[in-house]
Design a protein around this ligand. Sequence first.
Ligand code: NJP
Length: 227
Amino acid sequence: QNRVLMITGASSGIGAATARAASREGYKLILAARSTDKLTALAQELGPENVLTCALDVTNMAQQQAMVDQALEKFGRIDAVFANAGRGGSPGGFSSADHDAWRDMILTNIYGVGLTLQACLPALKRSKGHVLLTGSSAGRTTIPGSMYSATKWAVTGIGYNLREELRGTGMRVTLIEPGMVDTPFFDNPPEHALVDRDIANAVIYALSQPAHVDVNEILIRPTPPTD
Ligand code: NJP
């Protein structure tokens, strides 16, 4: 197959695992993040002829547009976009969390997703493409004091509202909602967590469905520990 998948936040964790899984499925890949050294190493691993790496800060629209332009120049089309880049918050709750860290997180997790969509949608409309978003189980539940959770509620809303905007176009929107996953997202490895491949498998499942199947959401949590 010659389908083309773009992944933001591809330099580590869930994005990198999805790149590996999609490469095994035969996708051509656009891998984007700020850490270009890590993207280059991943492209080497996967076979550089089928991979385009792009330096991307998702909060920068000029870089988003350049990524799409380069992708169309190299591959001629984009069939799916996994808007996955995101970052965590800081402790302290609403009364005392670092508000500068809030700004960076809100810009990355919400505005950045919006910019990725705006840059990619013209190409995706031409291919009747598929949008996948990394939301979170934290975008479904109440987490005391968490602005991070609030940003992921926003991603849930983006997914729902985008699906309605695209209704009748043949395009599909899938919200990927992980529970805790052991990735560099955390300074210390969390206990009872999923691994990055578990989420990559969910992305591949959604991508692999025939055109008449629109996988709206996949919520994946670790199995609770046995007593
Ligand atoms: O984390 P990590 P995950 N512009 O830190 C990129 C969500 N999630 O894989 O730019 C562009 O390994 C960063 O790249 P770089 C989470 O909210 C996670 O766990 O080079 N890219 C890296 O590739 C996020 O949306 C858990 O620093 C930017 C990637 O994002 C997604 O899963 C649970 C960027 C982060 O990779 C992937 O996170 C959950 C920017 N401004 C949801 N800022 C979990 N791990 O438990 C960051 O429910 N990146």
